[in-house]
Design a protein around this ligand. Structure first.
Ligand SMILES: CC(C)=CCC/C(C)=C/CC/C(C)=C/CC/C(C)=C/COC[C@H](O)COP(=O)(O)O
Ligand SMILES: CC(C)=CCC/C(C)=C/CC/C(C)=C/CC/C(C)=C/COP(=O)(O)OP(=O)(O)O
Ligand SMILES: [Mg+2]
Length: 283
């Protein structure tokens, strides 16, 4: 059981599910502010949103490790599949089962949510099998998928414009994730090169990739006041996201100043987690 939770990277699943639930809450706040007597908070829908994103994210992580087993034997040999704790066929069937359950639960919410979950599931499989080995396109894909958690939450109110209401959260999460994914590719250059992957650092070099990741990360920081300026978030958000911005700046320094991709990737993730807390507190 523990190995399967590790294969799912359940910490990421919880983060992603919380982000999607924040998307529901933000969209509800905006719609209820404009039509207080006609919008009811969807408790059941929120639970299904949390469950769907938890399952589909876990499926995406599992199928990723299924396709990455040869890279991970070099880069991350202690992961469940290369370490032999989970067999390759078991990992595949586990991932497909999670995709099926997650997509089914999304359709229980409404058709737009079901279609987003189905599209994201197919994209996660295509990313793991193909896209992740293409320069920048793989990074943009993971960025969209991570940012789409907010869109998925807003889609609960699809017919009332819920998607548009959370677009800026989608944008911030996508920018931050793309920056971190480029840094992760710098960290994984050895295994990726042996696997014949043509990631951005392999194509343009680690230093140029570091500058691009830093630039995208700093754009995300500069854009971070937007949810407050758009009245999506309270002033509490502003104070808390300032801490996240400092962590993003530290992540940028780690990769540009110290040439430490592993440390920068960890710092980016801490910044993203703290940014999520600021969304929660400010919503
Ligand atoms: C500037 C600003 C305010 C940015 C917003 C940042 C934000 C709120 C990001 C949300 C992040 C989120 C929804 C994360 C979900 C889980 C996750 C980490 C997804 C991406 O994972 C892909 C990654 O490659 C997994 O690798 P690892 O973390 O090393 O297992
Ligand atoms: C909104 C819905 C229904 C689903 C969203 C699903 C989400 C949040 C996806 C986020 C991105 C994600 C979890 C991608 C999974 C694939 C993955 C682990 C990408 C990074 O893989 P590698 O580039 O191989 O790096 P690793 O070394 O971490 O394996
Ligand atoms: Mg991988």
């Amino acid at each position: 059981m523990k190995a399967y939770l590790e294969l799912m990277r359940y910490g990421n699943c919880i983060m992603a599910a919380i982000a999607a639930t924040i998307g529901v809450f933000i969209a509800y706040n905006i719609l209820a502010a404009n039509a207080p007597d006609t919008v009811l908070f969807p408790f059941c829908g929120s639970a299904l949103v949390f469950l769907t994103v938890f399952l589909v994210t876990g499926a995406g992580n599992a199928i990723n490790d299924y396709y990455d087993v040869e890279i991970d034997r070099i880069n991350k040999p202690n992961r469940p599949i290369p370490s032999g704790r989970i067999s390759i066929p078991a990992a595949l069937y586990f991932s497909l089962a999670l995709f099926g359950l997650g997509t089914a639960s999304a359709f229980l919410i409404n058709v737009p949510c079901g279609l987003i979950a189905l599209f994201n599931s197919l994209l996660l499989i295509y990313y793991a099998s193909t896209l992740k080995r293409t320069a920048l396109l793989g990074n943009l894909t993971v960025g969209y998928l991570t940012g789409s958690t907010f869109l998925f939450g807003g889609a609960v109110f699809f017919e009332r414009g819920g998607l548009e209401s959370v677009f800026v959260l989608f944008l911030l999460a996508t920018l931050a994730t793309v920056a971190r994914e480029i840094v992760k590719d710098i960290e994984d250059m050895d295994g990726d090169m042996k696997d014949g992957a043509r990631t951005l650092p392999i194509v343009i070099g680690a230093r140029s990739s570091a500058y691009l990741a830093a630039s995208i990360g700093l754009v995300a920081v500069l854009a971070s006041p937007l949810p407050y300026l758009q009245s999506l978030m309270s002033v509490r958000y502003l104070f808390l996201v300032a801490v996240a911005d400092l962590l993003f700046a530290a992540a940028v320094y780690r990769i540009l100043g110290k040439g430490d991709p592993a440390g920068s990737s960890r710092m980016f993730k801490m910044a993203m987690a703290f940014a999520l807390v600021s969304f929660l507190a400010g919503a």
